[in-house]
Write a protein that binds this ligand. Structure first.
Ligand SMILES: [Mg+2]
Length: 325
């Protein structure tokens, strides 16, 4: 048994349903899409030192490698169905590969995703997942549907993952409990798949917050040819960020809250008429959906501070580990 057959052994598992006609073991996999559905496809690459820290727990990394792709499917309102994994690994180390595979397959099982193929090679650690999902034809959530007057929402809270990176890089200090919470957000993000499905037919646009709230929202505004005003005070974040009101601590908090990456919440727009329906979705999913502003005809993206004064400059979209990469 050569080392790549050994690696393949960890990733060759039975498909979860009959939609997979042919899985690992041939030149390519064959899947049968659901009649009346469109296939939604996405790919994401994670590179050591750029997207994750070298000391990351392999089980958490297995989880996150798939989670970031499922988050993109969630942002499209798609139901995840199938995934393929390609990876470069520096060494054939079962003590690393086993927990990595466990983390990946646990999240796959939780979302009923079959892993239908993969490839491995030796090289600097680099992981790439292709995820495929389905939506009933014509119902996908896109970035280009926001309309002037729509409310802008964000799910859950933003900024904690970036705060964890700041603390790890000793740019700030957190108490042990807050650090553990924020590291959890960074290392084990929960893709908002159920929310994406619930938003079909309600939201006019959606995006997942992977690079930072203002940067990702700007993509929606650009594609929708609209502007927006959001209220800083309404952006849901952790008390450890909300409490930082002055000086460099405030600058750090603004950067984490508005431009911190890796939150994997959904930012979406919906007409005012959808408020009751969205309150019901939030209740059913036990997930806060917070209105943070309004889509405008134009004027770019304006963030109003606690006094209603526009911020002169917006923190830039988060550049993963820019200082160390
Ligand atoms: Mg995305």
């Amino acid at each position: 048994v050569n080392e790549f057959e050994l690696i393949a052994r960890y990733f060759d598992r039975a498909p979860l349903d009959a939609s997979v006609r042919l899985a690992v073991g041939d030149d390519a996999a064959i899947v049968a899409p659901t009649i009346g559905c469109e296939v939604v496809a996405t790919v994401d690459m994670l590179v050591e030192g750029r997207h994750f820290l070298p000391d990351v727990d392999p089980e958490a990394l297995g989880h996150k490698t798939l989670a970031v792709n499922l988050s993109d499917l969630a942002a499209m309102g798609a139901r995840p169905r199938w995934a393929l994994l390609a990876g470069a690994l520096p060494r054939n180390d079962p003590a690393w590969i086993d927990p990595f595979a466990r983390g990946l397959f646990a999240l796959a099982a939780a979302h009923h995703v079959s892993v239908i193929g993969g490839d491995t090679t030796r090289g600097p650690l680099n992981l790439c997942v292709t995820a495929l999902g389905e939506v009933p034809a014509g119902t996908a959530l896109r970035r280009d549907g926001a309309r002037a007057g729509d409310d802008i929402y964000v799910s859950g809270s933003v900024g904690e993952a970036a705060l964890a990176i700041a603390a790890t890089e000793r740019r700030t200090h957190l108490d042990a409990a807050t650090l553990a919470h924020c590291r959890g957000r960074l290392d084990r993000p929960l893709p908002r798949v159920a929310l994406g499905l619930a938003l079909r037919g309600i939201a006019t646009s959606a995006i997942d917050v992977s690079d930072g709230l203002v940067g990702d929202l700007a993509h929606v505004l650009e594609r929708s040819r609209t502007g927006a005003r959001i209220d800083l005070a309404r952006v849901p974040t952790h008390p450890a960020l909300a409490q930082r009101r002055a000086g460099s601590e405030r600058t750090l908090a603004l950067a984490c809250t508005l431009a911190g990456g890796d939150d994997y919440e959904l930012c979406f727009t919906a007409p005012a008429a959808a408020r009751v329906a969205l309150a019901e979705v939030a209740r059913e999913l036990a997930l806060p959906l917070t209105p943070i502003g309004t889509v405008c005809e134009g004027g770019g993206l304006v963030v109003l501070d606690e006094h209603g004064v526009p911020l002169a400059t917006l923190p830039r979209a988060f550049d993963h580990f820019a200082a160390t990469a």
